[in-house]
Design a protein around this ligand. Structure first.
Ligand SMILES: [Zn+2]
Length: 116
């Protein structure tokens, strides 16, 4: 095992942190754990995994492509689905566009009649 910062092999055990063996590098004094669990991926990575799932990719397929545990992907998709239902995103985009065009048209008509 080597230090993740300076790659030194002068590693000593340094007690336990949150139930995991902690180590200390004698050279740069960095503390670290043997198997640090990734504490969160970037929003881009989450977004990509959610999109792959929504496009019909299985969770294990996503895991094979991205290397991210399928349980993490399942959690993200559930979070995304919860967020979508909260914000009423089930309204189709085309309906929103039609409403916008109707609104702009009505505004123009009103403006013109008001001036004359
Ligand atoms: Zn080090």
């Amino acid at each position: 095992m080597n230090c993740p910062r300076c790659a030194s092999d002068k590693i000593v055990k340094n007690g336990h942190r949150h139930g995991k063996q902690s180590y200390l590098c004698r050279d740069c004094h960095r503390q670290f754990r043997q198997n640090p669990t990734p504490q969160g991926y970037s929003a881009d990575v989450k977004d990509l995994c959610v999109k792959m799932s929504l496009n019909g990719m299985g969770f294990r397929g996503i895991e094979r492509v991205t290397g991210i545990n399928h349980n993490s992907v399942i959690n993200w998709v559930r979070q995304a689905e919860a967020a979508i239902s909260d914000e009423n995103y089930e309204i189709p985009e085309t309906a929103q566009l039609d409403e916008l065009q109707t609104f702009v048209g009505a505004k123009k008509t009103k403006f013109g009649s008001g001036l004359s």
